[in-house]
Design a protein around this ligand. Structure first.
Ligand code: GLN
Length: 501
């Protein structure tokens, strides 16, 4: 049952092949048996899930269940969930029980989906490897020596390991697409404003966006139908009708114009990843698409601009965690300043502190124009690069990350970790949507010749990233789905996910 896609599970429930209760029980038992090794969940809400499953089965028996009622999902621990701890991967919020549901959580439960629990993540979504979590790193089910990617690493690992058929993640600079690529699943970052941010703990508000992670593009479409749409409680959410994301999945790709940004195939791209991506592009050619080289000339400025803008917004967003209103509070403060200082010093981890320092610095008097304003100007140029490219092509394609999953502990220097996001970050700066879909298994060794200590490193997944203009999610899902109709990479599961485990 745990190897089935969400769509197949929905069909199985509708046909009465199994009940929601049986499905949820089997996944909870897998989580109990296997997640000790992976660490993909921070909190498992088993009792609530079982109660909801019983209710969904009763609704179905009365003929009142919607098509998605009784299906399981996992939620990154950044989504507020009423009555359930929402930690954001931080000691700061280890004791925080959210008093309300995020809009997307509310929408999922209205559609009848059942949360299995809250997944592990980099602290406050800052990271590319899930190693900055207060709850410890997550392991990649394809190779337990490897990271699952980040920051939505718990969501990606849980799906890849067959602990949940789908999950929600968030993506500020790649945090859905890169872990999806590292774990061999499909993940969509929607257009900024397409999905409500209400009730999602803010990292960088002008970049954050929630989206689905699942085995297939079809499953992502199913979830987008539930979570997309305007929300009066999020002022940046866009009042624009929501299409049926499944309606266009089968549209033929004949005549599709694919642009390959030359900047996405340069130095630093692992040859195994490049080969897998180029093989996938050949499949698109065989489906009738044409290939065009394009240029995104400001690509090299994306990481510097992001690491000014994101920390600036984060330093402001994270100022609310002060030990007074909620979250971690130090013991026996001598005065108010001591309370602030020690609560924050104890509650935040190193990466979060680093970002707060960077952000506070770039926003401070005398530096604002030199850093923050300049980064915003660069951001505009990056966005324009994409708009210019989409004058000539329908979608852009390239790798989701420069390498396959790297080893746990391998990226010691923060800047080399930041460089991991070279192909994903510009997309958030531009606000456009992007999807990553699995296109092969490659040698996990990085290109720098680092010794692998004799460990097996073959067979780590890699992802193709597909980008489109603002609000082109239906098209991206269609383009990914057509590839998945022609190939079987999305069907590959790691040994860890096999039934016998
Ligand atoms: N890796 C990037 C960062 O550390 C992006 C994270 C994300 O998308 N949340 O900020």
């Amino acid at each position: 049952m745990h190897e089935k896609t969400l769509t197949e599970l929905a069909d199985g429930l509708a046909a009465g092949e199994f009940s929601s209760r049986e499905l949820i029980e089997s996944l909870l038992s897998r989580i109990e048996r296997l997640d000790g090794e992976l660490n993909s969940f921070i909190t498992v809400t088993g009792d609530q899930a079982l109660a909801a499953a019983t209710e969904a089965d009763a609704l179905r028996a009365r003929g009142e269940a919607g098509p998605l009622a009784g299906l399981p999902i996992a939620l990154k621990d950044i989504f507020c969930t009423r009555g359930v701890r929402t930690s954001c991967g931080s000691k700061m919020l280890d004791n925080f029980i959210a008093p309300y549901d995020a809009t997307v959580v509310e929408k999922l439960s209205q559609a009848g989906l059942i949360s299995l629990g809250k997944t592990n993540m980099d602290e406050f979504a800052m990271g590319s490897s899930n190693e900055s979590s207060f709850y410890g790193p997550v392991k990649n089910p394809w190779d337990l020596n490897a990271v699952p990617g980040g920051s939505s690493g718990g969501s990606a690992a849980a799906v890849a390991a067959g602990l949940a058929p789908a999950a929600l993640g968030t993506d500020t600079g790649g945090s859905i697409r890169q872990p999806a690529a590292f774990c061999g699943i499909t993940g969509l970052k929607p257009t900024y404003g397409r999905v409500s941010r209400y009730g999602i703990i803010a990292y960088a508000s002008s970049l954050d966006q929630a989206g689905p992670m699942a085995y297939t593009a079809e499953d992502c479409a199913l979830l987008m139908n539930v979570i997309a749409g305007h929300d009066a409680r999020d002022s940046t959410s866009v009042p624009r009708p929501v299409p049926d994301y499944r309606a266009e999945l089968n549209a033929p790709l004949e005549g599709l114009k694919i642009g390959l940004p030359k900047e996405y195939f340069g130095d630093g791209l692992d040859s195994g990843v490049e080969n897998a991506v180029r093989e996938a592009i050949k499949v698109y050619e065989s489906l009738g698409a044409t290939i065009h080289e394009v240029s995104l000339p400001h690509t090299h400025l994306a990481i510097p601009a992001y690491y000014v803008i994101a920390p600036a917004e984060a330093s402001s967003n994270l100022s609310r965690f002060d030990g007074v209103r909620f979250g971690h509070r130090c013991e026996n403060p001598s005065d108010l300043i001591d309370l602030y200082k020690r609560s924050r010093a104890e509650g935040f981890g190193d990466e979060v502190k680093r970002r707060i320092l960077m952000g506070t610095h770039t926003l401070s008097e005398g530096f604002f124009d030199a850093y923050y304003k300049k980064a915003q100007q660069v951001r505009r140029l990056i966005r324009q690069d994409f708009l210019d490219a989409f004058e000539n092509v329908d979608v852009l394609m390239g790798p989701a990350a420069p390498t396959a999953a790297f080893d746990l502990g391998a990226q010691k220097d923060p800047v080399s970790m930041y460089l991991q996001d070279i192909y994903t970050i510009a997309i958030n700066l531009a606000g456009i949507p992007g999807i990553s879909a699995p296109v092969g298994l490659v040698d996990g060794r990085p290109t720098d010749g680092r010794p692998t200590d004799g460990r097996p490193t073959d067979g780590r997944p890699t992802g193709l990233q597909i980008l489109g203009p603002h609000f082109s999610e239906a098209r991206l899902l269609n383009v990914a789905h057509q590839y998945q109709q022609a190939t079987t990479w999305h069907r590959q599961r790691p040994a860890f996910a096999k039934e016998t485990r």
